[in-house]
Design a protein around this ligand. Structure first.
Ligand SMILES: *Cc1c(COP(=O)(O)O)cnc(C)c1O
Length: 370
């Protein structure tokens, strides 16, 4: 394989253990949205099902995919569910969030069986949820008998930042809503912490929802001393071509880079169609034989060129992309989450457990074979 993404399932297990140790009395919800942040929904869910209590995904299709692959643990959706999807949520036993009263009423009237619901609270993230002055709306939900309200949750917006003032305010608002509503409901699941909140914040909840840290990345690098995480993925490829060129030779589209001297240049088969952002043009670096090599010129759809002057390299030598994913994300003004979820579908995922390859998923193969 020219390019592939190694996913070490043992590391994901260790990350769960280490994060659980921070919040030993809480349930653990593994956030597997966006194809498990690009690493692969089904293999990861199957590998960790015995170690976690809940799964969360963004889309109904993801939840159905989990059920069809044999996942039995509870699954909740974190975002919008269309009215005509609720019957499928019931059929596949998928919990839904509720954050608006008239939406809740319409769902309640549209279905004949009960759907499991987590009430979403907007304590300051500003995305989905009842706000702190909407307790009355929340209380009306208990009259909607097709809604089986089992949980209540909120979401932090700044738990990764060193200043915890706003996080504390969110926590306070969430607690206030709980005080005003919990006598009317029987909330089995109360949850607010994401990865950053699980690592950084004390909250009154009984479940944490962990995404990024599950895969071994820190929501911010200054959390490194708070918990040991093992980066569970490695994006690798191989050199496809090496050439020596003289000074003054333009490299890639638009001739935005011109060699400054005699140089050795390697071509590498990864590009923006693989999620390796075009913003890395003349900016990103890859690791070859332990040395960081600069990207020269523009990132193409399927290929890049890098500076290997002074290195003894050949076609087929290994290349590590994102050897420091935090640093590379910074260079293009984004976050590790985005680089990870952007990794393209045509890169096979290779799963390692107990030190051995146990599965390879090739999404492109699936597209072309059907
Ligand atoms: C994505 C998401 C999470 C997980 O966030 P991480 O920072 O990756 O841990 C938790 N809760 C909600 C509502 C989310 O959307």
């Amino acid at each position: 394989m020219e390019s592939y993404l190694n996913v070490n399932l043992d590391y994901i297990d260790k990350n769960i253990d280490n994060i659980r140790a921070l919040k030993p009395n809480k349930l653990f919800c593994a956030v597997l949205k966006a194809n498990a942040y690009g690493l692969g929904l089904v293999p990861i869910a199957q590998s960790i099902e015995g170690k976690v209590d809940y799964f969360a995904v963004a889309r109904l299709e993801e939840a159905i995919c989990l059920r069809k692959s044999g996942i039995k643990k509870p699954i909740m959706l974190l975002g919008y569910v269309a009215y005509n999807e609720v019957d499928e949520c019931i059929k596949y036993d998928v919990d839904i969030p509720i954050y608006d009263l008239s939406y809740a009423k319409k769902i309640n009237d549209n279905i004949n069986n009960q759907v499991n619901v987590h009430i979403a609270i907007d304590s300051g993230h500003g995305r989905l949820g009842f706000r702190e002055n909407q307790t009355d709306d929340i209380l009306v939900l208990k009259n909607l008998h097709n809604l089986n309200i089992i949980g209540i949750f909120s979401h932090y917006s700044t738990a990764d930042e060193p200043d915890s003032t706003f996080t504390n305010l969110q926590n306070e608002r969430f607690q206030e809503i709980l005080r005003n509503t919990s006598s009317e409901f029987n909330f089995k699941y109360i949850h607010i912490e994401n990865s950053a909140g699980s690592i950084n914040v004390k909250s009154q909840s009984n479940m944490i929802r962990v995404g990024l840290a599950l895969y071994g990345l820190y929501p911010s690098v200054d959390m490194k001393n708070k918990v040991k995480l093992y980066q569970s993925f490695e994006l690798k490829t191989h050199i496809s071509f090496v050439k020596n060129v003289e000074k003054g030779i333009p490299i890639s589209y638009g001739r935005t880079y011109v060699t400054e001297k005699n140089m050795k240049i390697a071509t590498i088969p990864i590009g923006y169609a693989d999620g390796f952002l075009r913003a890395f043009s003349n900016l990103g670096e890859v690791l070859i034989k332990g040395k960081l090599c600069k990207i020269l010129g523009r990132v193409c759809m399927d290929q890049i060129m890098v500076d290997v002057t002074g290195l003894d390299v050949n076609i087929d030598d290994e290349v590590i992309i994102y050897s420091d994913i935090y640093k590379e994300a910074n260079k293009v003004n984004t976050i590790t989450y985005e680089l990870l979820t952007d990794i393209g579908m045509r890169i096979p995922r290779v799963y390692i457990k107990n030190g051995k390859i146990i599965d390879i998923i090739n999404y492109l193969g699936e597209i072309y074979e059907n």
